[in-house]
Design a binder for this molecule. Structure first.
Ligand code: FUB
Length: 459
């Protein structure tokens, strides 16, 4: 099993069912947390932190070395772009762990990654900033040192640019701090301010339940500060204000604390006329083991603001409906194999030549691509870009529609090849909109890499 860790094999042998995870989590090929969505170039870029598969058992045993990025235009199929940046981007920071909750924002066609890291010594929490010309990077350290910190609790940055162009950096656990960023987005003016309204005072009531993970934004005339609420369990609460400088007034929980998740971290956006809140759960971890490991999975819920701008309280992630698909997927265009609504037994990686690809870790692994529109006529050929290093010739990619064991519309047999090649087969894909399942079969199927696929109609 050249691709897979023993831990992941345990995961896939559990045989997670699609029904179990009808709505959430939305990312399954890695453990991801701390979602930070950005709308840019007409897409949603979903930046996340990344929990390693081998994170130890126990609360707060984080093992985090890099940040990931996914994109979507339909909010249900997410394309995995792999590692966006590693701790090596900030060479002055601890290099073995603590790549915590990031956010990327855009200003003047440049993209700024703000990320909490650790500094050797004490206090250790600091926030770095890196810059790129493209939302997918490459990101380069802007300063050669932290933007703020080191100071205890300086974690979880969020950046907001007000209508007048003034940018603010907020962060912190268990207090909320902020500073005014200069237009260059990599320096600041004035003092670091501890927000007085949300501030906790020992022995005093804490009506805000603020813990960490702030997410500040403006919508219509209202300013919002959503955050992870008091530990533990943490969930998502929010406060509103007339100004980004406060005072903030606590409103409610968006998602009530739930013992199924010790932590959380909000990311909230509007996209194509809908509103979404992202967070995370531990559903996949707890499907594998009863033990708590810091192995989280990003989730999303759709909601509508109330008329007065307040946010309704939403059900727990697993109890919510899957968000609406905003457009159907066109199978006649090249589709990256790592574009997935749901998967089981699948991992992704990057090839130096072909970029991101997926690989099955076991016989029966599959991906589901939701809402694929085959048009009126359907399709009669299927091409996949593959590399297959297995010896056995009993392996194939089966194409099913409707469900993982639904109608088979074609089957692509695998022959050993040590180079990437396009292989085309005949299929009989009926017209209409269907969920497509790529099901990977055979004892050596873990030797397959799949880069992309495409259907066609040939006369
Ligand atoms: O992911 C590591 C830390 O856990 C984050 O920085 C916090 O927000 C919490 O999610």
């Amino acid at each position: 099993m050249k691709h897979s860790s023993p831990l992941y094999l345990t995961i896939v042998l559990i045989g997670l069912t699609q029904q179990l995870f009808a709505a959430n989590p939305i990312l399954q090929t890695k453990f991801t947390a701390d979602p930070a969505p950005l709308v840019a170039n007409g897409k949603v870029y979903l930046y996340t932190s990344h929990d390693e598969d081998d994170a130890p058992a126990g609360m707060a045993g984080f093992r985090m070395k890099d940040w990931q990025c996914y994109t979507s235009t339909d909010m249900v199929n997410w394309t995995d772009h792999g590692t966006l940046a590693t701790l090596a981007v900030f060479p002055w920071a601890e290099q073995t762990n603590d790549a915590w909750a990031p956010q990327v924002i855009e200003r003047n066609r440049k993209f700024y990654l703000y990320a909490p890291v650790s500094i050797p010594g004490w206090p250790k929490n600091a926030i770095g900033v890196a810059v790129a010309d493209n939302p997918l990077g490459p990101f380069k350290d802007a300063l050669g040192h932290p933007l703020v910190g080191p100071e205890t609790g300086f974690i979880d940055p969020t950046v907001f640019i007000d209508d007048d162009g003034q940018a603010y950096l907020f962060w912190g656990n268990p207090q909320l701090w902020y500073v005014k960023l200069n237009e260059d987005m990599i320096s600041y003016s004035g003092d670091i301010i501890e927000d007085a309204s949300i501030a906790k005072t020992e022995g005093q009531p804490d009506p805000y339940h603020y813990q960490e993970g702030p997410w500040v934004y403006k919508r219509n005339e209202h300013y919002y500060c959503a955050y992870a609420t008091t530990c533990c369990p943490e969930d998502i609460g929010y406060a509103m204000s007339n100004s980004p400088e406060g005072p903030w007034e606590f409103q409610n929980y968006i998602i009530h604390p739930d013992s199924r998740s010790s932590g959380n971290h909000p990311g909230i956006i509007d996209y194509r006329g809908h509103s979404y809140v992202f967070g995370f759960n531990y559903k996949i971890n707890f499907a594998i083991t009863e033990e708590h490991h810091e192995r989280r999975s990003v989730c999303v819920s759709q909601f509508e603001y109330n008329e007065d701008g307040t946010i309704p309280e939403l059900p727990w992630w697993e109890e919510t409906e899957q968000v609406d698909q905003l457009e159907h997927l066109n199978p006649f265009a090249r589709t990256e194999a790592e574009t997935i609504c749901w998967s089981e037994g699948i991992k992704s990686d990057r090839d130096p030549q072909n970029g991101m690809f997926i690989y099955p870790t076991r016989n029966g692994a599959y991906t589901q691509v939701k809402g694929v529109d085959f048009g009126e006529e359907g399709a009669n050929t299927f091409t996949a870009c593959i590399q297959y290093g297995g010896k056995e010739i009993d392996c194939q990619i089966e194409l099913h529609i409707g469900s993982v064991d639904g109608e088979i519309i074609g089957s692509l047999p695998l022959n050993p090849t040590d180079t990437w090649l396009n292989k085309t087969i005949s299929v009989h894909a009926p017209g209409g909109v269907h969920d497509l399942f790529l099901v990977f079969k055979g004892n050596s199927i873990d030797q397959l890499k799949l880069d992309y696929w495409q259907f066609m109609i040939r006369g």
